[in-house]
Design a protein around this ligand. Structure first.
Ligand SMILES: Nc1ncnc2c1ncn2[C@@H]1O[C@H](COP(=O)(O)OP(=O)(O)OP(=O)(O)O)[C@@H](O)[C@H]1O
Length: 774
């Protein structure tokens, strides 16, 4: 009976690691590491051997080579490397290509072939040694043959079966190997099939547990015996907060961590001598069957020296501390006569010995004797001298002679356990205590990490909520500002610049310093100033130059946008043609409505859409009242306030006019223009604003009057359009304020406006020509 032989190896510093970060030290056969919670307290973990950073590959193999004797005696040997990712497991087991860098597995094979040669030579050819090999990996809890190409893999992997209480991988390729060179070739090729990837912690991280099984069959005079050495390069546990793994790597990592967790649980259960050991919870533990295989087991504990791995290193040390207590019985295989050539199942079966926990031998393998108390005692006595953690403070405070102390000063040697059984017991107790203490520390640290994580998550959630609230506020403001802008546009469309400015100012309060709103306000203010300035001058001009139409009084210009009007120069010089543009208060449609209203004529007013005789009478009464008070109607808003006439009614009137215009083949504008041209006197052009109610001139009806009307409308509406279009463009630009199109968007887009301008120029030229011709 022997325990698992645990050898710790501390890897050297990597390029990105510095000496002042070293915390793990090799002191004889003890690994020392500070308590993560209290740096002054040093934990000490004794093992069968400890190799420091300077240890080479040959030194590591020296820990394994004695097991060759057992192998050639027909025993099984198991070597496995355990440790966190990036601690040097693959380096230890496989190593590099150069002879000095070769790891345990190639060195084992070389040693096997050397011994084979010696044996065969010594026996004078009577003994024949053959070597058969299988190599497979457990990736995401599935078994894949590394001797067969990855393209031949099935998604489910190879099945694992229990046969005669042994774990067998069905369908593995067995390769007979006759020389080290042949092995090297096979091994290198198979390693290409192994699942490795770059992670943040290791550029060539093993994503699987790789298991190399080498069966040595010795045929001699006395019969045949076979021993198998299994070398296992376990994948490393990973802290996924540090790996920055992607989705695929995370899945691998979860599988790796899970299988290692099950392994730790198995080790715990074995150490506590529990009846149920959860081997079947993962394929790796099923195949590894730690402590159940009656074979010599060597565990290489790979450690990183730096503080970055502090907690992981403590976790690994605890695991190894428990694993070293696992007892295994080395059972020599029965020698048998004339063996048939090994079948695939037999080779696989031979990879594992009958498994049974030492404490329940009868249950799993009734053929093997239950260990006696004496055996157990012997095993206990052979426990390492240094057992567990040294607790300096405790030791200094309570140096009582009567009470057993919890630790020893650094470097102090406990008397040999074999010579002093009482001391050995004490040492065992202390070891147990210190390992419990280390576990508690580890648990505390884990809890602390969890709490930290939760705290961060809560903070993050709070931050997110605050951001959401802020965003909601901004959205609300934007919505409100949008509304104000739309109202402002509506006012702009109705030439109510003051109201428009007011609404833009309200929008500006919600979106301070918004450049486009500022520009809009500036423009509107300019327009307002101009309209006010024009108001006085223009009304005089209109009054002077054009008497009001017979039945419609002229509209009074209100604070409104600049409109273009073409009128006769009051003092034209003979032979001189002049075209003078003057601002005009309202759009033609608005003016038409105002004219009708001011006409106080029942038929003219009832012509307006939605106005019946009753409403017309109300309007006439209202207008007369105003006139009596020395006031007049000068804008649509003046009409809106007439009792019984609201905003909707005015919109109806506008819509009605629009419809009429669309069906009228010869609208008054063109007629007015032509009449004026006809009436031109002494060579000067007289183009009037098309408000005058003139009779149609049929002779010139062929000049596509609707187009002319449009041209003039475009001409007159140009500035208003520009404002509207700007607002629309503003909306179209999808600035922070405006997400949707305004229903008040200008009908004329920039191209149309440009075309209208061109048409306007053409029409003016045409008008001039016509005037001259007349
Ligand atoms: N003893 C050593 N001497 C020199 N370099 C080493 C030693 N041990 C490890 N390294 C280097 O450390 C790095 C990580 O080693 P390795 O890939 O063997 O880690 P691992 O434990 O197998 O990681 P994983 O579990 O992710 O596969 C490699 O670059 C390796 O060369």
């Amino acid at each position: 009976m022997s325990t698992v032989h645990v050898v710790a190896r501390i890897r050297p510093l990597l390029n990105d690691e510095t000496e002042n970060n070293i915390i793990v030290k090799a002191e004889g056969n003890v690994v020392s590491i500070p308590n993560p919670r209290n740096k002054d307290e040093i934990f000490k973990f004794p093992f069968n051997a400890v190799h420091g950073m300077e240890a080479d590959q040959a030194a590591m193999f020296s820990e394994v080579s004695p097991a060759l004797k057992h192998l050639f005696a027909g025993n099984d040997v198991q070597v496995f490397a355990y440790g966190v990712t990036g601690t040097g497991k693959t380096h230890t087991m496989r190593g590099g290509k150069q002879a000095a860098q070769r790891g345990i597995i190639p060195r084992l094979l070389h040693a096997i072939f050397r011994r084979k040669k010696e044996l065969e030579k010594k026996s004078g050819g009577e003994t024949k040694v053959s070597v058969v090999m299988t190599y497979f990996e457990i990736y995401n809890d599935k078994v894949f043959d590394l001797f067969s190409p990855t393209s031949k893999r099935t998604p489910a992997g190879l099945p694992v079966r229990e046969c005669d209480k042994k774990t067998i991988v069905v369908g593995l390729t067995e390769k007979a190997v006759s020389s080290p060179a042949e092995f090297e070739e096979l091994y290198d090729k198979a390693n290409d099939n192994r699942s490795t990837s770059a992670t943040k912690l290791n550029a060539h991280s093993s994503r699987s547990h790789a298991i190399t099984c080498v069966k040595v069959i010795i045929e001699g005079k006395e019969g045949t015996k076979a021993g198998t050495v299994s070398a296992i390069d376990l994948a490393g546990s990973e802290d996924n907060r540090r790996t920055a793994n992607d989705k695929e790597r995370m899945l691998e990592s979860q599988s790796i961590n899970r299988s290692l967790f099950v392994l730790a649980q198995c080790v715990d259960a074995i150490a506590k001598k529990q009846s149920r050991i959860p081997f079947r919870d993962s394929k790796m533990t099923r195949i590894l069957s730690l402590g159940q295989n009656n074979c010599k087991t060597i565990m290489i504990l790979n450690l990183a020296p730096t503080v970055a791995y502090h907690l992981d290193t403590i976790s690994s040390l605890n695991f190894a501390n428990r694993a070293k207590k696992i007892e295994t019985k080395e059972v020599e295989h029965e020698t048998f006569q004339a063996p048939p050539p090994p079948t695939q199942a037999q080779v696989a079966a031979a990879n594992r010995q009958p498994l049974r926990p030492v404490q329940q031998p009868a249950r799993l393998n009734p053929g093997i004797k239950k260990p006696t108390t004496a055996t157990t005692t012997k095993s206990t006595i052979l426990k390492p001298k240094f057992a567990g953690v040294e607790k300096k403070p405790l030791q200094e405070k309570k140096p009582s002679q009567d009470r057993p102390r919890l630790g020893f000063p650094n470097g102090a040697q406990r008397p040999s356990a074999a010579s002093k059984p009482h001391a050995a017991k004490e040492s065992q107790k202390e070891s147990g205590l210190s390992s419990i203490q280390a576990s508690i520390e580890e648990m505390k640290a884990n809890h602390q990490r969890e709490i930290e994580k939760l705290r961060k998550e809560i903070e993050q959630t709070k931050e997110d909520q605050a951001k959401k609230m802020e965003q909601m506020e901004v959205d609300e403001k934007t919505r409100e500002a949008k509304m104000y802008c739309l109202i402002a546009k509506q006012h702009t469309a109705a030439d109510e610049y003051e109201d428009a400015i007011l609404n833009y100012k309200l929008a500006l309060k919600l979106c301070p310093d918004h450049p486009k709103i500022l520009v809009r306000i500036k423009k509107l203010k300019m327009l307002l100033r101009k309209a006010e300035a024009d108001h006085s001058g223009d009304s005089e001009q209109v009054d002077n130059t054009h008497p009001p139409p017979t039945n419609v009084s002229a509209p009074a210009p209100k604070k409104s946008g600049k409109k273009l009007s073409i009128f006769r120069d009051p003092t034209p010089s003979p032979g001189h043609q002049s075209i003078i543009r003057s601002p005009c208060p309202n759009t033609p449609r608005t003016r038409q409505i105002i004219q009708a209203v001011l006409s106080e004529s029942l038929p003219a007013i009832t012509k307006l859409a939605g106005i019946g005789p009753k409403k017309a009478e109300t309007i006439i009464t209202h207008v007369r009242g105003l006139k009596a008070a020395g006031q007049t109607i000068s804008s649509l808003s003046d009409i809106m306030v007439i009792p019984g006439i609201g905003k909707k009614q005015v919109e109806k009137m506008q819509a009605g006019l629009l419809d009429k215009e669309n069906v009228n083949p010869l609208p008054p504008i063109s007629q007015k223009l032509l009449k004026n041209i006809e009436n031109v006197d002494s060579g000067s052009v007289r183009l009037v604003h098309p408000d005058t109610d003139l009779a149609p001139i049929k002779t010139l009806a062929s000049e596509k009057p609707p187009r002319k009307r449009k041209q003039l409308y475009a001409l007159e509406d140009e500035d208003e359009d520009a404002v509207q279009s700007d607002v629309s463009e503003y909306v179209d630009e999808g600035g922070p304020l405006y997400g949707e199109k305004s229903p008040y968007q200008s009908p004329a887009n920039p191209i149309k406006r440009h075309r209208a301008k061109m048409r306007k120029l053409n029409s003016l030229e045409l008008a001039e020509e016509n005037a001259v011709a007349v």
